[in-house]
Design a protein around this ligand. Structure first.
Ligand SMILES: *Cc1c(COP(=O)(O)O)cnc(C)c1O
Length: 551
């Protein structure tokens, strides 16, 4: 008898046996069928897969970015809070999904959805997602993820090498050494930033003589022991809001996140940064870390990382680079010099689900010094034993999926050259968009793009002449702000194209004012120059309608 047939018969027997033992569960059979191995009851799963694939196909091929339903009516369809009593059948659930959820989901892969850091994904991730969930490895420990643990370490080491480029000997010593941590795979840039700063805090306020370290004694005792008045983290005012979460969680409070003003190119002001470091030192405040941003979330600008590295080195402070967005520039010959100095960072955050074109849920933090993460190591007796290979012992999260599959696959199926092409093409298209905006009287470019984000705004007809002469009064700027907010909301509601919105602070006659900016993120490989034209023309059309209705 063939093995699969044997197994199938055994499963069916089991199903009925189990059910005889629990006859009062009317649903037992139905539920057990859901757990049938894929070689029995194949037809059910195959049918589910075919039906789901149809929905995926429709979703991915949709042209509009958004459905036009008002959010307030959408939430009404999700008001019920009772768990359904009996199992529903898959077909009717899929119908429910299609009409209530998928129908009103955002087409992030649309080439005209160019306002956020989320875009189309390469096709291989969809079958691999199925493989990953089918295997259901838990990378927290070796006992539930044997091959996945070294596999993940290898993928992380590859990116570590692109950032730091240490010797062959360094990598052969550390890639698969359980004492070393070159990087940690997490759910996103937020968790990555938190871990980096957590390591920095624990390392800098560690055990010494009779003092057991901040990890065991807590922040108050640590500051007391080391004789500090408080602890801070310093970085640009454009730091991502995950730093606020980190400051809160690390016990220093968000008021101890020192935000340094930025220059016209949205880069941290180095004079002010040096001054802040000196101020903290003179006030006897412990600086846990100085953070540089490589690609601000708002406008994509990159801090002068080498200069920040100098400042951090002189102060003997941990240097963290948040390259969640801009990190993948390391793949580009042409653009990687914009990250110069990143190789001096003690820790670096990169998001795989942004410019590595991988599914949501892939953040990474890299450590220059392979033993830095020992500062956060925790052990447990049932597993995570000291000296074990378990990845969960030096991590924020516990159970987590084998997302490394996507990362490792991306590095192989797209490769260094493939990623270089994607990065270069995005930046080139962004320059094209900036040129278009500069050539169109309807728009004003608010800052030259460093990489593939740009900020601009629409100028209503009546104010164009004054705007060109740079003579807008504060009240006129306010009027333009209100108009751009309405424009962005109407565009989102119409759902043909999408651009996001942010604010940019500028100096206007010696006063700081904030401008409402339209924000384009050109990161979708499917976006063409025609799509960029279409987005801009859609905005002009919507703006004209608004202007006419105002008259
Ligand atoms: C996106 C982003 C983050 C946060 O990453 P998540 O993956 O959303 O948690 C942090 N910093 C920067 C610069 C980012 O662009």
């Amino acid at each position: 008898m063939a093995l699969s047939q044997q197994r199938q018969e055994k499963t069916q027997q089991n199903l009925f046996l189990e059910n005889e033992l629990t006859p009062h569960y009317a649903v037992a059979n139905e539920v057990m069928e859901l757990f049938a191995p894929s070689n029995s009851l194949v037809a059910t799963e195959a049918k589910m897969a075919v039906e789901t694939d149809v929905l995926i196909d429709n979703f991915l091929n949709a042209v509009n970015t958004n459905s036009s339903i008002e959010f307030s009516s959408l939430i009404e369809t999700f008001a019920d809070s009772q768990v359904p009593t009996n199992p529903a059948d898959f077909d009717s659930y899929l119908e429910y999904l299609a009409s209530n959820v998928i129908n009103h989901s955002i087409h992030t892969s649309s080439p005209r959805f160019i306002g956020h850091m989320t875009s189309a994904l390469p096709c291989f991730v969809r079958p691999l997602a199925k493989l990953m969930t089918a295997m259901n490895q838990n990378v927290v420990k070796i006992e539930t993820a044997k091959a996945f643990s070294p596999y993940e370490r290898q993928a992380l080491a590859m990116i570590h090498r692109l950032i730091y480029n240490f010797s062959d000997e360094f990598y052969s010593e550390h890639v698969q050494n359980s004492q070393s941590t070159l990087g940690i795979l997490v759910s996103g840039g937020t968790a990555a930033n938190i871990i980096a700063l957590w390591c920095a805090r624990n390392k800098s306020l560690g055990a010494k003589n009779s003092f057991p370290g901040v990890e065991k004694a807590g922040l108050t005792a640590a500051l007391d022991y080391y004789g500090y008045q408080g602890a801070v983290i310093i970085g640009s005012e454009l730091m991502h809001f995950s730093f606020e979460k980190a400051a809160d969680l690390l016990g220093i409070g968000t008021h101890s996140l020192i935000k340094i003003p930025t220059n016209r190119n949205n880069q941290v002001d180095l004079v002010a940064l040096r001054q802040a470091v000196a101020d903290c030192q003179s006030k006897n405040l412990h600086i846990i870390a100085i953070a540089g941003v490589a690609g601000t979330t708002d406008s994509g600008n990159i801090d002068s990382l080498s200069d920040i590295a100098d400042i951090a080195e002189a102060a003997n402070v941990h240097f963290h680079v948040d390259a969640a967005w801009g990190g993948p520039l390391i793949f580009s010959e042409q653009h990687r010099q914009k990250l110069a100095g990143i190789e001096r960072a003690d820790s670096v955050t990169i998001d795989g689900h942004k410019q590595l074109y991988l599914p949501m849920g892939i953040g990474m933090v890299f450590m220059r010094e392979p033993h830095l993460a020992s500062a956060i190591e925790k052990n447990a007796s049932y597993t995570m034993r000291k000296g074990s290979f378990d990845l969960g012992k030096r991590a924020l999260e516990g159970s987590r999926p084998g997302m490394a599959l996507f990362l490792h696959a991306g590095l192989h199926l797209i490769g260094l050259k493939g990623y270089e092409f994607l990065i270069d093409a995005g930046i080139e298209k962004t320059q094209y968009m900036a040129d278009c905006i500069n050539a169109m009287p309807e728009f004003e470019l608010l800052s030259e793009p460093d990489i593939n984000l740009l900020l601009y705004r629409y100028i209503p007809q009546s104010l164009r002449e004054v705007a060109v002469k740079k003579q807008l009064a504060e009240s006129e700027n306010k009027q333009i702000n209100i108009f751009n907010e309405r424009l962005q909301k109407s565009q989102r509601q119409a759902g043909r194209t999408f651009i996001s919105r942010t604010t940019k602070r500028i100096n206007c006659l010696d006063r700081e004012i904030s401008l409402t900016a339209l924000r384009a993120v050109i990161a979708n490989p499917l976006t063409t120059k025609d799509d960029i034209d279409a987005v801009l023309h859609d905005q002009i059309k919507i703006a004209l309608d608004l202007e006419i209705s105002d008259c």
